[in-house]
Design a protein around this ligand. Structure first.
Ligand code: PXP
Length: 239
């Protein structure tokens, strides 16, 4: 049975829409854990568009399962990770203009600098995962730079328009997961997964954890909306 890491960035996105304090991702993390999630995932972006340093520090104190910090291998953010010491760091590529993490890390072409960053994180006792495209060369490169885990980017699989494309992407994920497992790395997967498209991946035994954010937060809005309206209506009725 695979584990579930819940990415709560979009709780913070909603808070930032008003620049206030609600909804608080720290409070959301408690509820996510109470519902059975195996880990909390947050992406501290260089532009701090959703998760803030304050959130990360508080989550480090409050998360009872596992805190996975997604981050670019950028000097400023690495320093923060070394200070906060989450249980795990997932290194991702980051572009300011993107809406979400678009591609995987180019590990093969950046072996030297990634090796250095991973060594620093390892010295601080932090496990390191690399977010990579389902590509055997990237898997091999991740192994060479001493990554503990890879997280396979499922974006191309979920965005495939035609079945033939989806089949090819599924096969690439399966082969990448098998190779990473064989090389001794833990295998996670994520990006764009929802209540439908995840089903096909579940038989891939080598994938031990799925990191999912947008579809869960979207569903929470829909499943919670009626109760929220009822509560306000009750209040008005009492007045
Ligand atoms: N894993 C990684 C490395 C990501 O960058 C993201 C998006 O922040 C996710 C998982 C979650 O993706 P989604 O929000 O589409 O479920």
């Amino acid at each position: 049975m695979a584990r579930l890491g819940v990415n709560i960035d979009h709780i913070a996105t909603l808070r930032q829409a008003r620049g206030g304090v609600e909804p608080d991702p720290v409070a959301a993390a408690v509820l996510v854990e109470l519902a059975g999630a195996d880990g909390i995932v947050v992406h501290l972006r260089e532009d701090r568009r959703h998760i803030k340093d304050r959130d990360l520090h508080l989550l480090r104190e409050t998360v009872r399962t596992k805190l996975d910090l997604e981050m670019a291998p950028a000097e400023e953010i690495v320093k923060i990770a070394l200070d906060v010491k989450p249980h795990m760091v997932t290194l991702v590529p980051e572009r300011r203009e993107e809406l979400t993490t678009e591609g995987g890390l180019e590990v093969a072409g950046n072996r030297e600098s990634l090796h250095g960053t991973i060594a620093l994180l390892h010295d601080a006792g932090i496990a390191v995962s690399l977010f990579i495209a389902p590509d055997l060369n990237q898997v091999k490169a991740a192994h060479r730079v001493s990554a503990d885990y890879v997280e396979i980017h499922t974006g191309r699989y979920v965005n495939a328009k035609r079945l033939i494309e989806q089949d090819a992407e599924f096969e690439a994920i399966r082969q990448s997961a098998k190779l990473a497992y064989k090389l001794g790395m833990g295998v996670n997967a994520g990006h764009g997964l929802n209540y439908r498209n995840i089903k096909r991946l579940l038989p891939i035994q080598e994938i031990v954890e799925y990191n999912i954010g947008h579809s869960i937060v979207s569903r929470a809005v829909m499943t919670g909306l009626q109760q929220a309206v009822r509560e306000m209506k009750d209040l008005l009725n009492k007045g």
